[in-house]
Design a binder for this molecule. Structure first.
Ligand code: ZN
Length: 467
């Protein structure tokens, strides 16, 4: 994610949130499970259910933009880690008419966003299927920091955005980032509208009054990275060649009222090529961008097809969201407290781009931020130590996160640093990670004890001394 108003690093560094959250020091990897409820995450313990993992979602969705009316069926293939009497999905709003488990009607109840399903006789450990039929007017979700996500209506349709939790406004899901799955989207819209989602376009079938667009995302994806965008768009199809010789199809959907995104579309293959040289092969089988007038004030790294409220050639957001395809999307945090693993890397990727394209060097970016007074919002809470969900996308996560990577680069040298970054992306491709794994990898590659450095930069509130 990159906030439109947050593009100035200095502004971000100096902005005061008015909130100082001091968390007790935590050992690396101490966040696993113990504080979590049924979910797998410590920041949003009511999201997700750690007792099963989803293999795939098949979302069939019929949407009428004029009325914001949605009729949908989501089919889930999942695996239970043990026998279960019941299990939870997350779904906010909408009316559920029926739930089938392994083809049999199942009892269900709703409490807030929890959709609790009680299959007759319970579930045996192992594979099971769920079908949820639902309908209604999908809604926005307002986050702790006041920002808008979920199903966001536009002048001519809607764009669905899900970081951190908004995907539950349109997909009944195991809505926690540690559970990645494959997706198929079958989007039926009035003919004359376009509908895009993540992944590869499988078909576009004109049925007279309606048209069904089918998209498939075969690479595992966290729920928060799912997207659809429905409206009247200019549609562009092209392709690029990856560094490992694959042809990557590019689909871009730009709103006819959203200005000229041509420069950004031209730049996208160059950004991918630049980042492949630094991070390794592009991790997915499709690329593109969506520009739509969903006025949320941020761009988002929705997998293979990032969303922009507007985008220009000189826009760091394009570099930032493209870098997220490696860091955040392919290599995904298990727990939201590790969000710096996405935002710190994406911010550092902007610095690397700037340095090679006539802007500040990474050292200059670092020095500018380091000049922030010790009282600045940049320094607290430390990037992994926030306790308030309103700090999830705060300056420390982005800027102090990027500074952490620069401090690591200075400590181990450029060769080892980029070896670490490439190995991190390659070994964890399509995976789920925690900060402790990065520390271990960096120590193995460099042969140095790096826990003190990571602890100083990620865990200790206040300005690190001596840099
Ligand atoms: Zn971001």
């Amino acid at each position: 994610m990159l906030r439109r108003l947050g593009l100035s690093l200095a502004t971000l560094a100096l902005a005061s949130t008015g909130v100082v959250a001091l968390a007790p020091p935590a050992a690396y990897a101490a966040q696993a499970g113990s504080e979590a409820g049924a979910g797998g995450d410590t920041l949003f313990p009511r999201q997700g259910d750690a007792r099963y993992q989803v293999w795939s979602y098949d979302v069939s969705l019929d949407y009428t933009p004029v009325t914001n009316r949605l009729t949908a069926t989501t089919r889930i293939v999942a695996v239970a880690a043990r026998d279960l009497g019941r299990f939870d999905l997350d779904l906010e709003g909408l009316d559920v008419s029926r739930v089938l488990v392994d083809g049999e009607q199942a009892a269900f109840s709703r409490d807030g966003h929890e959709l609790t399903v009680r299959p007759d006789g319970g579930l045996d450990r192992g594979r099971f299927t769920v079908r949820v039929d639902y309908a209604g007017e999908p809604q926005e979700h307002i986050d702790a920091d006041g920002s808008t996500e979920g199903w966001v209506r536009t002048a001519d349709g809607a764009t669905a955005l899900g970081e951190p939790v908004g995907t539950m406004t349109w997909i009944p899901s195991n809505n926690t980032p540690g559970d990645k799955a494959r997706y198929t989207f079958r989007l039926t819209v009035p003919t004359g509208y376009e509908a895009t989602a993540n992944g590869v376009l499988v078909s576009q079938r004109d049925e007279g009054l309606t048209t069904t667009w089918t998209w498939r995302a075969d690479d595992p994806m966290a729920t928060y990275l799912a997207m659809v965008s429905i409206g009247q768009f200019d549609v562009f199809e092209s392709q690029t060649e990856s560094v490992d010789g694959r042809t990557i199809p590019i689909w871009s959907f730009t709103d006819v009222t959203g200005g000229d995104a041509a420069a950004a579309r031209r730049l996208l293959p160059k950004v991918i090529a630049f980042q492949e040289r630094l991070f390794g092969p592009y991790p997915f089988d499709a690329a593109g961008l969506v520009v739509d007038d969903a006025d949320v004030g941020y761009a988002l790294e929705t997998q293979t097809r990032p969303f922009y409220p507007s985008v220009g050639a000189a826009d760091g957001a394009l570099v930032h969201e493209t870098a997220h395809q490696w860091f955040g999307d392919s290599v995904t945090l298990v727990d939201w407290h590790d969000i710096w693993l996405a935002e710190g890397f994406a911010t550092y990727a902007e610095w690397l781009w700037d340095a090679r394209h006539g802007g500040d060097t990474a050292q200059e970016h670092f020095d500018d931020l380091y000049a922030t007074p010790a009282s600045g919002a940049l320094w607290r809470p430390a990037p992994t130590e926030f306790t308030d969900a309103a700090d999830l996308f705060g300056s420390p996560v982005y800027n102090r996160g990027a500074m952490t990577l620069h401090a690591l680069r200075k400590e181990v040298g450029g060769d080892d640093f980029f070896r670490i970054v490439r190995l991190w992306a390659q070994r964890n491709e399509d995976g789920s990670v925690r900060t402790a794994q990065l520390v271990r990898l960096a120590e193995r590659v460099s042969g140095r004890a790096l826990s003190p450095l990571f602890r100083t930069w990620l865990e200790k509130a206040g300005k690190p001394a001596g840099y």
